[in-house]
Unconditional design. Structure first.
Length: 111
């Protein structure tokens, strides 16, 4: 139960919860452009001619859209805010962040 997690004072970081996503808080920024470099995944800067990763100190022609969602998770006892990143975001949304980005870009072109 979420109420038990909130009251837990131990330094555990992972819990299994049965609940529902009440609301996605950052629905305008569900993903970010991530570095395609091996084992990096940090946010890149779109420079127009490519995507620069300050961590790798490289510029790439493409990037990897990656989920980072903040959501309010609820059950019958309480609610709390959680983050869904990468694969968890894909599982929650049912499509990859790259597919969502493509859909949003097509929608903005149609408008």
């Amino acid at each position: 139960m979420l109420a038990e997690i909130k009251n837990n004072t131990e330094e555990e970081n992972f819990f299994f919860v049965n609940g529902y996503v009440q609301r996605i808080v950052n629905d305008d920024k569900l993903y970010y452009n991530a570095c395609p470099g091996d084992r990096c995944g940090r946010k890149v800067i779109d420079e127009g001619r490519g995507f620069h990763c300050e961590n790798c100190q490289k510029t790439y022609p493409t990037c990897n859209p990656t989920y980072m969602m903040n959501a309010r998770l609820s059950d019958f006892s309480d609610s709390l805010f959680v983050n869904f990143a990468r694969e968890q975001g894909t599982a929650l949304m049912g499509i990859s962040a790259a597919e969502l980005k493509k859909m949003r870009e097509q929608q903005s072109e149609d408008d």
